[in-house]
Design a binder for this molecule. Structure first.
Ligand code: HEC
Length: 132
């Protein structure tokens, strides 16, 4: 019985992979246009302008590895959105104003409900798919 359930799970996971191969992830276009020049198409920090920057762009495929195996969703969202104060970087531009497609309510790790741009949520979801 347990075995049958896990086989169903594997089949669903496989179907999910095939599905995402057929349709691009909703956050990918944003990533490709706003992030890939520095972080690289695969997020490894090897974009075309990376070598010209005074600080190397982060390897976005290792965010979970550096956080005990858990994707640091709130920190990544804050980094991209440029929440005032924390995570502000002089090099990485703030993209907050670019995300004008409406908001969704996101629950952060500490339980806060934060209105977050829909395109930003999709982008962070996409960065999560890049984790090794
Ligand atoms: C102009 C180059 C540039 C662009 C464009 C850029 N970044 Fe960055 N990013 C950097 C650099 C350099 C760092 C590392 C130093 C720092 O934090 O400023 C960084 C750091 C980060 C971090 C922090 C990683 C960590 O280890 O905490 C995240 C997450 C990130 N970028 C995501 C993105 C996403 C997503 C986009 C697209 C919306 C993007 N960046 C666009 C240059 C860039």
């Amino acid at each position: 019985m347990i075995r049958a359930i896990s086989m169903i799970g594997a089949a669903l996971a496989l179907a999910g992979c095939m599905d995402s191969a057929a349709r691009p992830h909703p956050g990918q276009a944003t990533f490709d246009s706003l992030c890939a020049t520095c972080h690289g198409a695969g997020g490894r920090g090897d974009g075309p302008v990376a070598a010209d920057l005074p600080v190397p762009p982060a390897d976005l495929t290792a965010l979970s590895l550096a956080n005990g195996g858990v994707f640091p969703r709130d920190a990544v969202t804050a980094q991209i959105y440029g929440y005032p104060g924390r995570y502000h970087s002089a090099i990485m531009p703030e993209f907050g104003p670019l995300f004008d497609g409406g908001t969704v309510t996101v629950t952060t790790a500490d339980g806060a409900q934060v209105e977050t741009p829909r395109a930003l949520v999709a982008l962070v979801d996409y960065v999560e798919t890049l984790q090794r």
